[in-house]
Design a protein around this ligand. Structure first.
Ligand code: SF4
Ligand code: SF4
Length: 346
């Protein structure tokens, strides 16, 4: 008869996950030390990091939990619409967390049901993670964290992580086969457009483009980094794209459900002209870090990207945005006109 550990791992692999490991809840305790270290190094990040301290004390909320099952799934197998390269981070294009059409989403539900069927109590947070996923995955030996802070397996960093709490004390620790970063490599640090990744393993989330284009960056005209954010409007892949350890890891053999259709609606100009109903209803169903109440943020991000790589055809949509129904968009458009020295339309 298979051991419970083998049963869980086999179930995960049969659902399509690349890897599965199990750590004890106590293995998360030193995550708090890491958080404290980061907050001491960059005190302004305290409000950002403080909310994650609960990840080191999971039994306060889930007293029954004994272990954490961690799974890795690859997304570097999907075709990236050419015109979205450099606009939207790839992890978000292939985000399956709330997308019920994604086969990985269905597999995740089936894996959870399989664990419950073998008698385990489970809990997860599919949307935001029940614990610090990269930390847990490293502890489970499923891969390593590189100097750009991303988690890598043999498939590179193009992987999603998921975790479940379970009520049995089990352990399944793998030995990662990936090589460490080359000794003198600092391509990721050198390439970070905003210097958010200021040194290896040290990133200021508040100046990371991924943060500024999603949860943060609500005042882009006065944002110190707006000029360094390039063409990104949701996420940023620079420190992963430049990494030699990601070389040849993207296979692009499959189409992600409904992405091709959605991508036809997305370009800087189309986003700036986009109907607010579409921005509030369709976009958050996939890109949920910008909520429907903040739909204006898409337009502000698009204007910023236009300013950073200005083309003559952007003038018209920027002028039009001066009459947008949202004050933030109007303010951003006025800012862009001044910044670009465009003459105000009469
Ligand atoms: S995601 Fe972009 S902005 Fe953030 S650390 Fe990496 S390169 Fe820098
Ligand atoms: S770019 Fe170089 S230093 Fe940075 S994560 Fe990749 S291999 Fe490591």
């Amino acid at each position: 008869m298979e051991s419970l550990v083998t049963e869980i791992k086999n179930a995960a692999l049969s659902m399509g996950y690349e890897k599965c490991g199990i750590i004890k809840i106590a293995d998360m305790a030193d995550f708090e030390e890491k958080l404290n270290e980061r907050m001491e190094h960059l005190p302004e990040t305290k409000p950002f990091y403080e909310r994650f301290t609960g990840f080191a004390h999971l039994q306060d909320t889930y007293p029954w939990a004994k272990s954490i099952v961690v799974c890795v799934g690859q997304y570097g197998k999907y075709h990236v619409p050419e015109h979205l390269q450099g606009l939207i981070g790839k992890a978000y294009l292939f985000d399956n967390r709330i997308d019920e059409r994604a086969k990985e989403h269905q597999e995740s539900l089936r894996f959870e049901a399989a664990m419950q069927k073998i008698g385990l109590k489970t809990e997860t947070s599919r949307k935001f993670g029940i614990t610090a996923l990269r930390w847990a995955a490293v502890k489970a030996g499923l891969g390593i964290a590189r100097r750009n802070n991303f988690f890598y397996t043999e498939s590179g960093s193009w992987v999603h992580l998921e975790a479940w709490l379970i009520d049995k004390e089990l352990e399944l620790i793998e030995v990662p086969a990936v090589k460490e970063c080359p000794e003198h490599c600092n391509l990721c640090v050198k390439s970070c457009p905003t210097a958010s990744l200021s040194k290896p393993y040290t990133m200021n989330p508040l100046s990371c483009i991924s943060f500024l284009t999603t949860f943060g960056g609500r005042n882009l005209p006065h944002e110190r980094c707006s000029g360094q954010m390039g063409g990104w409007i949701y996420g940023c892949d620079v420190c992963q794209d430049v990494c030699p350890m990601n070389k040849s890891c993207w296979k692009a053999t499959e189409e992600f459900p409904a992405l091709a259709e959605l991508s036809e609606h997305i370009s800087l100009e189309k986003v700036l002209k986009m109907d607010y109903d579409f921005l509030a209803q369709v976009m958050p169903a996939k890109f949920f870090y910008i909520t429907k109440d903040d739909a204006w943020k898409w337009k502000v991000n698009a204007i910023n990207a236009m300013v950073n790589d200005y083309k003559a055809e952007y003038a018209e949509p920027i002028y039009d945005a001066c009459n947008d129904s949202n004050e933030k968009v109007r303010e951003m458009a006025e800012w862009a006109i001044n910044k670009l020295n465009l003459r105000k339309k009469g």
